[in-house]
Design a protein around this ligand. Structure first.
Ligand code: SDX
Length: 428
């Protein structure tokens, strides 16, 4: 690009290069800003700061566009399996039949975990949060694969590590659940699809193999596809920051799990159900909660609303809202929380506070009701998000290395005490 950005400060002008992406997103390359001007930028929360160039996922927040490697989420969600989607996000192309077969076989082979790893579960209290277990166990896996600690961004070792993490994340998740409910562990069944295998490991019992109804398996597949990547969100950026020190992929995704756990991010799907349950139990009118959310003095927020990027609608929420009706109907279930959610959304659509701040339902608003419908327990909702996001985390870590990106080390502006002398204790 020949276009330049000119900054004039303290009477001097400085030119900076402009970089335009394949979807005409515009950026100013300020890597030399400090050396040229002595100034740094200040952007807490990074609302206007790009951390990387990426070819994995594209989001247009104003138009509600989400594409994985150029494919619209609406198409991928309605036509692709999660395994196909994971392959697409990792390798940039939809797998050909032989590639799909080989990738699926690799995932099945890596589903079991080492029996020594299983023993670690007995050390967790039954009340242990599954996200804490997931993050710990993802790091622990690396103890059994020292040969995969120092891998590059491509080649058989990367492929093995990616498949191993994609596969074992669901085994660990299911074992965390079985540990929490005090039930015997189910081993992966290599004859089942990715989603059917997870549901088997979650819900089979020694005397009764759980066979997922097609509608439940299809719903889980959709949920995971919708969560597979979302450009530089908080947890993916965390994976990149950790990976930028050349930390291994296991520790990088374990850090991503920790970032995802927060209620402002992946923890929101659980917080939405708690909020809807509170509303239902309280018997108070919706207006009470909407007014609370609007009150600047009250930290209360409507969980599942708002998004840093989507300033119109989150296409994933649109898809989940439609599908949750179909799943409940096909399973002949009713969920009173869905009615409350629909009424809450309706009320905000005509409320200037939400309209003026572009606050619409995000992916987490309906996902909790969706997971309830297919029998996933509440304490596993954010774990499900982590299983879905694993391809995105791995692919972003890989891209960081491919681009040989520098270690992440932001600057700050110091606002503390200026220089002062030490005073001995007896003189203070
Ligand atoms: C995910 O980044 C991603 O891509 C994330 C994600 C992914 O796939 O990885 O999409 C998944 O994390 C979705 C978001 C889930 N979180 C929630 O549902 C929690 C509730 N939402 C908010 O906490 C908030 O909207 C965020 C965290 C989603 C976005 O935060 P921002 O961009 O920092 O926006 P903000 O907090 O600065 O809010 C702007 C204004 C403020 O009011 P004013 O100061 O301008 O008067 O909107 C208000 C906020 O108070 N606001 C809300 C609100 N969200 C923002 N008011 C009431 N309820 C809310 N939910």
């Amino acid at each position: 690009m020949t276009e330049k950005a000119t900054l004039t400060i303290e009477g001097r002008s400085y030119d900076f290069d402009v970089f335009i992406g394949s979807e005409n997103e515009k950026s100013i390359d300020i890597k030399d800003l400090r050396s040229k001007t002595g100034y740094i930028t200040m952007d807490p929360g990074y609302g206007s700061t790009g951390s990387c160039r990426s070819s994995i996922t594209y989001i247009d927040g104003a138009k509600g566009i989400l594409r994985y490697r150029g494919y619209p989420i609406e198409e991928i969600a309605s036509k692709a399996t999660f395994v196909e989607t994971a392959y697409l996000i990792l390798y940039g192309e939809l797998p050909k039949p032989d590639e799909f077969k080989e990738f699926s076989t690799c995932l099945r082979e890596h589903a079991p975990i080492h029996t020594n790893l299983e023993h670690h579960f007995s050390g967790f209290p039954k009340s242990a949060p599954p996200m804490a277990i997931l993050s710990a166990m993802l790091n622990l896996i690396s103890c059994f694969h020292p040969e995969l600690l120092d891998i590059h961004s491509e080649g058989p070792e990367f492929d093995k590590t990616a498949a191993l993490l994609l596969s074992k994340v669901q085994t660990i998740a299911a074992l965390a659940y079985r540990n929490a409910v005090g039930k015997p562990f189910n081993h992966p069944n290599p004859h089942l699809s990715y989603c059917a295998n997870f549901l088997h490991m979650m819900f089979s019992d020694p005397y009764q193999e759980y066979v997922a109804p097609p509608v439940v398996e299809k719903a889980l597949n959709l949920f995971l596809v919708l969560h597979a990547d979302h450009e530089q969100n908080c947890s993916t950026s965390t994976v990149r920051v950790v990976g930028s020190s050349r930390a291994n992929l296991f520790s990088s995704v374990a850090a991503g799990v920790c970032a995802l756990w927060g209620p402002l991010h992946g923890g929101a799907n659980t917080a939405v159900i708690n909020m809807l349950e509170d509303i239902k139990k309280s018997g108070r009118p919706l207006s009470y909660y909407i007014d609370k959310a609007k009150d600047k003095k009250d930290p209360y927020k409507l969980m599942g609303f708002g998004h840093r990027i989507y300033k119109n609608f989150d296409p994933r929420s649109i898809i989940l809202k439609k599908q949750v009706h179909d799943v409940l109907q096909e399973l002949n279930l009713k969920d009173s929380l869905l009615q409350i959610a629909l009424e809450l959304e309706e009320a905000t659509l005509s409320d200037d506070y939400f309209i003026s701040r572009n606050l619409y339902p995000n992916v987490d608003f309906y996902s909790g009701i969706f997971l309830r419908a297919i029998g996933i327990p509440l304490n596993m909702y954010t774990v499900m998000f982590a299983i879905g996001r694993m391809p995105g985390w791995i692919s972003n870590w890989q891209e960081l290395l491919e681009h040989k990106q520098r270690i992440s080390r932001p600057r700050q502006i110091y606002t503390g005490s200026i220089e002062r002398q030490y005073i001995p204790l007896e003189e203070r």
